[in-house]
Ligand binder design. Structure first.
Ligand SMILES: *[C@@H]1O[C@H](CO)[C@@H](O)[C@H](O)[C@H]1NC(C)=O
Ligand SMILES: *[C@@H]1O[C@H](CO)[C@@H](O)[C@H](O)[C@H]1NC(C)=O
Ligand SMILES: *[C@@H]1O[C@H](CO)[C@@H](O)[C@H](O)[C@H]1NC(C)=O
Ligand SMILES: *[C@@H]1O[C@H](CO)[C@@H](O)[C@H](O)[C@H]1NC(C)=O
Ligand SMILES: *[C@@H]1O[C@H](CO)[C@@H](O)[C@H](O)[C@H]1NC(C)=O
Length: 419
């Protein structure tokens, strides 16, 4: 399964504000690769066909110069290299005083402050100010480990690229795939990608340089760029952030009951990206826990989180592992004691009967606490001793007898509910 999310959500955002001189500044935020119209109109609707106007970027870079019908696209010198062949005005709009221009196939480097100047105008020769922000589009691709990932890259012109060159790199120096005018032997390919990456030969004629990485591994996660080294300006055609996800279910375990309560351990083995663990009760209330222990090996995270339960409204506890970076959550439940079922939060008559198997529950209502209910779990030594029942939680055996307390004074209690 592939999830395609465009990171740059701001397709087109326009606004305006006034700068210090009182001049209105139009703000345009657009995605890289799109076309943008920079507006400029003289207030009085006069015919400007025989006038002069000049678009500059950041006060000095020549973007577009119009002089009575003559301009850069008609062979006039002086335009900055960056804008060659990408800027047009609207000839039919000149008669209505409209000196707007369109910049096509915008690059991040086009970002800046543009001014539309009428040098021969009487008052205030700057007619329009535009602040342009071109944001880089990064395709975010989240997939499960072991599946195949198609990394998209297409030249906007859709021209045949069969006899071109393109290079996929990762972070930023690892060689992933190199297509050289029909040759793709990939001699310099990083070992990690051997035999796992191909392009789509039938798609080349339509300008499609996408690749597929098969059987993805967590280590494949990273930022990929599709580069056309022979293209004139801005050779990066596509940027893809690949997240190969591993989301193993947490293991939950219970250790011996002590005076302090029962220690619950939650373990996540080899998740990626890094998960955040929480112990919660069934109401979703987060329990206070120890500091998590985290180790990392090859982008996989091994996390352990322990908590000691004394006071809670339920005997069902949930370990929640959240991978915030990819908005993904897995949970595992455990009950105290483990023979219980999680779907019945709180104490019922049925629970009391069930508990008779290994434990004795004393239920004191409203005895202690400020207007609240307190339920005591009594870990009765006699009752539980001869009982060697073994329950399994996620494959980890937990001895029921471990819940019994060794203190002969017996009837050590574990406060289970308050509030
Ligand atoms: C100027 O021309 C452009 C392109 O046709 C158009 O988008 C814009 O609305 C025009 N501006 C005015 C003020 O008419
Ligand atoms: C563009 O103008 C805005 C204010 O109008 C200013 O904050 C910004 O620094 C300017 N950018 C450049 C590249 O000059
Ligand atoms: C490029 O080719 C791939 C593989 O066939 C396909 O999934 C993708 O949609 C194509 N992209 C475009 C823009 O046609
Ligand atoms: C990949 O790019 C994103 C932003 O686009 C950045 O947050 C992240 O740290 C980068 N990852 C690597 C491995 O460089
Ligand atoms: C629980 O108690 C038993 C008996 O005292 C002991 O053998 C075992 O190691 C303890 N387990 C843990 C996890 O502390």
């Amino acid at each position: 399964m592939q999830q395609l999310v465009c990171l740059s959500l701001l397709a087109l955002l326009a606004g305006s504000s006034a700068d210090r001189s009182g001049q209105t500044v139009t703000q345009l935020i657009i995605d890289e690769g799109s076309d943008v119209i920079l507006p400029c109109s003289v207030s009085t609707e006069v015919d400007i066909t025989t006038k002069v106007f000049d678009w500059k970027k950041d006060r000095q870079t020549e973007v577009f110069f119009y002089d009575q019908g003559d301009h850069y696209n008609k062979g006039r010198d002086g335009q900055d290299q960056q804008f060659k062949g990408r800027v047009e005005h609207f000839p039919n709009e000149l008669t209505s005083g409209n000196a707007s221009i369109i910049i096509s196939n915008t690059k991040v480097a086009d970002s800046g402050n543009y001014t539309c100047i009428f040098p021969n105008l009487q008052e205030g020769s700057i007619v329009s100010s535009v602040q342009l922000v071109v944001s880089q589009t990064v395709t975010l691709l989240i997939i499960d480990e072991g599946s195949d990932a198609i990394l998209p890259c297409s030249v906007s012109t859709k021209v045949d690229i069969t006899s071109d060159r393109f290079d996929w790199k990762k972070d930023p120096q690892t060689e992933v795939f190199f297509y050289d005018r029909g040759d793709h032997n990939n001699n310099g390919q990083d070992q990690q990608y051997k035999e796992r990456v191909s392009h789509f030969p039938n798609e080349l004629t339509s300008g499609n340089a996408s690749i597929i990485i098969r059987n993805t591994k967590v280590a494949d996660s990273g930022n990929y760029t599709c580069i056309f080294p022979d293209l004139q300006e801005g050779s990066i055609v596509s940027s893809v952030q690949l997240v190969v996800r591993a989301s193993p279910k947490p293991y939950t375990m219970m250790s011996n009951a002590t005076d302090d309560g029962v220690m619950l351990t939650c373990e996540v083995l080899g998740a990626s990206p890094q998960p955040k663990l929480q112990w919660q009760d069934t109401n979703g209330k987060v329990l206070e826990s120890d500091e998590p222990q985290v180790t990392e090996k090859g982008r996989r995270y091994y996390v352990t989180l322990q908590t000691t339960v004394k006071q809670t409204e339920t005997k069902c506890f949930v370990c929640v592992a959240t991978q915030e970076a990819i908005s993904h959550t897995v949970k595992a439940e455990i009950t105290v004691p483990v023979s219980e079922k999680c779907e019945t939060p709180g104490i019922s008559v049925r629970d009391v009967i069930m508990l008779g198997i290994g434990l004795l529950v004393g239920c004191a209502v409203g005895a202690v606490g400020i207007g609240g209910t307190v339920i005591y779990f009594k870990f009765n030594r006699k009752e539980s001793r001869g009982h060697k029942d073994q329950s399994t939680t996620n494959g980890h055996p937990v001895k029921m007898s471990e819940l019994s307390h060794e203190d002969p004074d017996a009837n050590e209690r574990l406060t289970v509910a308050v509030e």
